[in-house]
Design a protein around this ligand. Structure first.
Ligand SMILES: NC(=O)c1ccc[n+]([C@@H]2O[C@H](COP(=O)([O-])OP(=O)(O)OC[C@H]3O[C@@H](n4cnc5c(N)ncnc54)[C@H](OP(=O)(O)O)[C@@H]3O)[C@@H](O)[C@H]2O)c1
Length: 431
């Protein structure tokens, strides 16, 4: 049986999961694929901490170059995360003739285009299934299963931490800080959860999904990103009353000759499949011309879920190596009907808006007067509470409006002396 050597840099949560799967399922995988995958070397900064898998100490090193320079190693698995030195390790390994498997969405969203070009130039591949939705096979599906399709939109719940927080607020009627603390206690949120909560991790994944579906490598800085930290329990409850759930969505959508790439919280109708995705789960809703609307759903993180994707990539690569083939991973063709990236200013949507206003006559007239000045019409208004502090929420649903007009209107409204907090506006997404 053909044996293919792999080297792993990053023996952490996912890395140790991959080694465990390759060890525990060695004969199962060999029988299925006709190839024996041999872990020849493992590098990590920390060789002392206990892992859930035992390995021969001779395999371990702190020096990544022992893997990169080893001519017997065909595939480098990069699982350290972050941009540097992961980028340098991958670039050096490609130059040394190795194929790459990585789960590093932060690196690929920033420098993926450069690294994929280097790989193609060297006749090698970079596979990255675990970087979006962990074990959910969304990348392989877009790349292979749906190869004959053109796409109109991809809308994903691709960050488990934010989805857990929003679901918790909705299901348990708890505040944002309480839900986030619970996520931290359960190990679902980092000590510093900024990347997850502020939508940055979702934006990394959106860059990759956009590339796979539309053939455009969008610059991360051009993705509109808004997180969930401003969402209050009141917003969640108003959404529920109106028949919606609030979800953090990563959306890539074709509108005429423009492409939208945006991450933000959105109201979605409770009847939509994405509305029922709760807790740490991820889901990616794909609209395609031939296969129609598809939903990919599952745990979006976790050691074994991510290991499943990494091993799947490894097996794809070993099959190619065995056949002596070079199938460019990303034989992506750009959608030529897309001429430009649409600015968020030009985006049009219905919105939910919450103002915190002084409870006295005439306030609503002032607010609606300003909205009218910007051409924004109100579909419904609710003011239920009366408060001893005389500050009450006024909640509106507005008809379709242009984002820029709404922002200008809100900044004028927020300067009124009767408005006591920055107003909150959440898009109502027609997914
Ligand atoms: N965890 C998940 O569920 C999941 C799911 C999908 C994708 N991913 C991606 O998978 C990758 C790995 O995530 P993870 O959760 O396994 O992270 P992790 O547990 O922190 O593992 C990373 C390991 O790499 C080591 N390391 C860091 N820099 C290194 C260097 N320069 N040389 C050698 N070793 C180095 C770290 O050591 P120290 O701890 O000592 O720094 C750590 O042991 C990331 O790109 C992540 O985004 C993770």
């Amino acid at each position: 049986m053909r044996k293919i050597n792999v080297g792993l840099i990053g023996f952490g949560n996912v890395g140790s999961g991959v080694v465990k799967v390759l060890r525990d399922k060695r004969s199962f995988l060999a029988e299925k694929t006709g190839i024996e995958i041999n872990v020849r070397k493992i590098c990590d900064k920390d060789l002392a901490s206990k892992r859930n898998v035992c390995v021969d100490k001779k395999l371990l090193t702190r020096d990544a170059r022992e893997i990169i320079n080893d001519t017997q190693i065909d595939i480098l698995i990069e699982l350290i995360g972050g941009v540097h030195p992961a980028k340098e390790f991958i670039a050096e390994a490609l130059k040394k003739g190795k194929n790459i498997v990585t789960a590093n969405k932060a690196l690929l969203a920033q420098d993926g285009q450069e690294l994929l070009a280097l790989a193609a130039d060297r006749g090698k591949n970079i596979y990255f299934e675990a970087s979006v939705g962990a074990g959910i096979p969304i990348i392989k599906s877009l790349r292979e299963g749906l190869v004959a399709n053109s796409f109109t939109s991809i809308s994903g719940i691709v960050n488990g931490t934010s989805n857990f927080v929003l679901s918790r607020m909705s299901e348990s009627n708890c505040s944002f800080p309480d839900a986030l603390n619970e996520a931290k206690k359960l190990g679902f949120a980092e000590t510093d959860p900024t990347l997850d909560i502020e939508g940055i991790d979702s934006a990394h994944k959106l860059v990759l999904l956009t590339y796979l579906a539309f053939g455009k490598f969008v610059n991360l800085k051009e993705v509109y990103v808004e997180g969930i930290s401003k969402i209050s329990l009141a917003d969640i409850n108003y959404a529920k009353e109106a028949g919606f759930e609030i979800k953090l969505l990563a959306i890539a959508k074709k509108e005429g000759d423009s492409l939208e790439a945006r991450v933000h919280p959105a109201f979605i109708p409770r009847a939509h499949l994405l509305a029922s995705v709760s807790g740490m789960f991820n889901a990616i809703y794909v609209s395609s011309d031939l296969a129609g609307d598809l939903l990919f759903y599952g745990p979006g993180a976790g050691q074994m879920s991510a290991a499943s994707a990494v091993v799947s990539d490894l097996i794809d690569l070993t099959q190619d190596i065995k056949a002596g083939l070079f199938r460019p991973t990303m034989n992506i063709v750009a959608d030529k009907s897309i001429k430009k990236l649409r600015s968020i200013d030009d985006y049009e949507s219905r919105y939910y808006i919450r103002f915190m206003a002084v409870d006295k006559p005439g306030v609503l007239a002032k607010v609606s007067g300003i909205l009218a000045k910007y051409g924004i019409s109100i579909a419904s208004v609710t003011q239920k509470e009366r408060s001893k502090a005389h500050i009450v929420p006024i909640v509106m649903i507005i008809h379709e409006a242009r984002e820029k007009d709404l922002r200008n209107a809100l900044s004028t409204i927020d300067r009124l002396d009767v408005i006591k907090e920055k107003s909150v506006a959440i898009r109502i997404e027609e997914v």
